[in-house]
Design a binder for this molecule. Structure first.
Ligand code: PMP
Length: 460
């Protein structure tokens, strides 16, 4: 009897370990989350994931910000089942279907009115990077120019054009401009003043005949940088970017792949500043947990001929149904407002935690897109002119301590030193408390333990 029980207990652990071992033997060295989060999810609901070893986790990674409603939300499952039970074709290229029609109607109903009233949508290949690529190609076609303006710290994806716009590849056609940062402001002033100086730099570069920047095809920006370390752009700076681009007839592309669908406390993050971009790049949450990406743009930019941008997987019916259900649920239940209120409360509590821990250099975010930057206070420049250096090793240790306490968090930022929280918008007050308690505990434990310097903190 005792032997049987032990065997039964050992079995899930053996399955879990076997799967992880085979993964490390067979999958690419480029795998990312799988390295820092050695779990084998088998069941999930809402905020909770259960691993093959029977352990349960609170998931604040949410598929890198994809799961606006958490895992397997009933309205999402019902929408998927309905399509399957109806006998509708699952693969249709870019043909019209009732499911796609309903998705497009729901999507347009959420978009800034001034854009939606006169917009086109292109269904792209299914990843965010596909939509970024499509957007860059679109503005190049529409303007006949080739240069792209992008920002320091940006992340737009891993395909060639998106990677170049993210600063991860050489591309002479991309000009990198300063994204305003409060904590590590390149001008050392932060706040509105730092943002204004960044805007002036952009303006003067574009107008300087010897600036080395020929008239660009477009400017791409994230209203809140996610992978770059959770850096919200001040609303005034976004309005300045809108003015600067509009005055020079440069299309403005808002990459809302991560910020969209209520995440930042508005349905779309551009709503905070009231700007209307010319192009919006959308993915992640719009597919309700399934792969879906679109680019939405002002009709007069639609200079593409038939087949100018194609792809086999542009018609994922299950993703469109799951996405339409998600968009409608977020809208009807005012989850953007909920994200704003709960996010502000969590930020306040984290600032309280920062007051007790000098290793928390900065706490920032917007809505339920929250970042805690970890630093090495002992290595701070004694003049105090610059913030303490980032501590990727401590961030990696905190991530591991969180995991031990059943909490999954993301790491991001320039040095992978920012602990990121991207919980579902359905997070309850009690769950938020549990998340912050576990994080506080993990931080205290990581501070006490000597952490190794070479721990990789991988994101994306
Ligand atoms: N843009 C932004 C702002 C993102 O955060 C991401 C992914 N983290 C992408 C684009 C790329 O999306 P994908 O990984 O689906 O290609």
């Amino acid at each position: 009897m005792a032997v049987t029980e032990t065997a039964a207990q050992a079995a899930p652990t053996a399955v879990h370990e076997g799967i992880l071992r085979r993964q490390s033997l067979r999958e690419s060295a480029a795998r990312t989350y799988a390295r820092s989060l050695p779990i084998v999810p088998v069941r999930a609901r809402g905020l909770t994931i259960e691993g093959a070893d029977g352990r349960r986790y609170l998931d604040c990674l949410s598929g890198a910000g994809t799961l606006a409603l958490g895992h397997n939300h009933p309205v999402v499952l019902e929408a998927i089942r309905k399509v399957i039970d109806s006998g509708a074709p699952l693969h249709v290229l870019d043909l019209a279907t009732p499911v796609k029609d309903a998705f497009t109607t729901e999507l347009f109903s959420t978009l800034p009115r001034q854009l939606a009233d006169n917009a086109r949508v292109q269904f792209c290949g299914p990843a965010g990077t596909d939509a970024v690529e499509a957007a860059l190609k679109l503005v190049r076609t529409a303007t006949g120019r080739s240069g792209i303006l992008a920002f320091t710290g940006a992340y737009h994806g891993m395909t060639a054009g998106a990677l170049a716009a993210s600063g991860g590849a050489e591309d002479v056609r991309v000009t990198r401009l300063p994204y305003p940062q409060n904590y590590r402001c390149p001008y050392g002033v932060g706040g509105e003043r730092g943002a204004e100086l960044s805007a002036r730099w952009t303006e003067s570069l574009l107008d300087d005949p010897k600036g080395g920047v020929p008239a660009p095809a477009g400017m791409i920006l994230e209203p809140v940088q996610g992978e770059g370390g959770v850096i919200p752009a001040p609303d005034n700076w976004l309005r300045r970017m809108r003015e600067i681009t509009a005055d020079r007839s440069v299309p403005l592309i808002a990459d809302e792949v991560q910020t969209g669908v209520g995440r930042t406390g508005a349905f779309w993050a551009v709503e905070h500043s009231g700007i209307v971009p010319d192009v919006m790049v959308l993915s992640k949450a719009i597919g309700g947990s399934l792969p879906l990406a679109v680019v939405v743009y002002r009709s007069d930019l639609d200079a593409w001929g038939p087949g100018a941008h194609a792809g086999t997987f542009r018609g994922n019916q299950l993703a469109m149904a799951a996405g339409a259900a998600t968009l409608a649920y977020v809208r009807e239940n005012r989850l953007a407002d909920r994200a704003a209120t709960l996010g502000a409360r969590m930020l306040g509590q984290l600032q309280g935690l920062a007051a007790q821990h000098p290793c928390i250099g900065d706490v920032r975010g917007r809505g339920l897109m929250i970042g805690v930057e970890l630093v090495d206070p002992e290595a701070q420049d004694p003049t105090g002119r610059a913030p303490a250096p980032a501590s990727p090793a401590l961030a990696a240790a905190v991530q591991q301590e969180c995991l031990r306490r059943g909490l999954i968090v993301e790491l991001g930022g320039r040095h992978s030193s920012v602990v990121r929280l991207l919980p579902p918008l359905t997070l309850t007050d009690e769950q938020a408390t549990a998340v912050l308690d576990r994080l506080a505990d993990a931080l205290a434990a990581a501070e006490r333990t000597p952490y190794r310097l070479e721990q990789p903190g991988l994101s994306h």
